[in-house]
Ligand binder design. Structure first.
Ligand code: BDR
Ligand code: CA
Length: 314
């Protein structure tokens, strides 16, 4: 099994990534840590609880609340893409209490309790992860492996021409993380999400036809992004976050990966959050593995298989 923490700004595909970690028998999800990103912070927490509920695992996994804004900048959301992040679903969480321990403290503590064993899947802005590095210089060493959804491999951005959302929102955090010495694997927006892990209408129809609580939930939470993606010429839903957890659990889904030196632009006027991925000709030492090609059909089959599981939501 893979013991892990998911650090998330829970909306849309973050929910799907949580589903993989909650239902894949390979995964041993120890905690969910929340970071400011996609939609309002409290809304993200409710989206995480909704996901725990639909998987039938409400009350089993601790949720730790983390940084409510980036390290040095104001928070910017992606509500224009995600709406509320859960397709209008909501739940009363008044009887549910997140942990008192801050997400950054939980990350530091859990990694220190079992050095070299815990994986971290970071699928939001990297604020909590960077703050854990600031707090504990041993954090990067204690984490077995860090899987990051973010950046583009010298390709297209999604929030600006140059930048992917997670790195754009907190570029100082992303820069800190790549300088910290993690064993880090990057799942970039372009080309993986934008060109390879898109679910078109046929796949979505096949998922809808499963008729399980999870497939209904999936179709609902993906509806807003589907509409947005279509409006910008992407012919289906995009799955950056669940792809990130999936390749950690099932490395055979990776067809090609390479070592790069990754750094993140914090100063540029047009390029804030741009991920400079240097592939070796620039004299820089590699600090990250970047996934370049995946088994897209295998990834789709994997998710569809999980969404077919009959769960018992409350
Ligand atoms: C990233 O930003 C969010 O919209 C998604 O959840 C993903 O983590 C893609 O740029
Ligand atoms: Ca995310």
């Amino acid at each position: 099994t893979v013991p892990l923490i998911i650090d998330t700004d829970t909306a849309q595909d973050d929910c799907v990534a949580l589903i993989t970690a909650l239902l894949d028998p390979v995964a041993d999800l120890r905690a969910i840590t929340m970071v400011a990103g996609n939609v309002g912070f409290d809304r993200q927490v409710r989206n995480a609880y909704l996901t725990l509920n639909v998987t039938g695992r409400l009350g089993e996994i601790p949720i730790h609340l983390g940084c409510r804004r980036p390290m040095v900048r104001e928070w910017e959301s992606a509500e224009n893409v995600h709406g509320d992040g859960a397709g209008g679903l909501d739940m009363d969480v008044s009887g549910l209490a997140p942990e008192a321990e801050h997400a950054v403290d939980a990350l530091v503590r859990l990694a220190a309790e079992s050095p070299g064993e815990l994986s971290v899947v970071a699928i939001g802005p990297l604020t909590n992860i960077a703050m854990a590095v600031v707090k504990d210089p041993g954090f990067a060493r204690n984490v077995k492996t860090l899987y990051v959804m973010g950046g583009s491999n010298n390709g297209r951005g999604n929030i600006t021409a140059a930048a992917e959302f997670n790195f754009y929102v907190d570029p100082e955090a992303a820069k800190t993380v790549f300088a910290a010495g993690f064993d880090v694997t990057v799942i970039p927006w372009d080309p993986l999400t934008l060109r390879q892990a898109v679910f078109g209408q046929e796949r979505l129809d096949a998922i809808a036809a499963l008729g399980t609580p999870l497939s209904d939930f999936f179709i609902r939470v993906c509806a807003a992004t589907l509409e947005f993606d279509r409006s910008v010429g992407i012919d289906g839903t995009t799955h950056p976050d669940s792809l990130t957890s999936a390749v950690l659990f099932h490395p055979e889904l990776v067809r090609r990966a390479a070592r790069y030196h990754v750094d993140v632009e914090t100063g540029g006027e047009l390029t804030r959050g741009y991920s400079a991925m240097s592939w070796g000709v620039h004299g820089l030492t590699a600090n990250a593995t970047v996934v370049e090609e995946i088994d897209a059909e295998g990834f789709y089959s994997y998710l569809k298989g999980l969404l077919a599981v009959e769960t018992k939501p409350n």
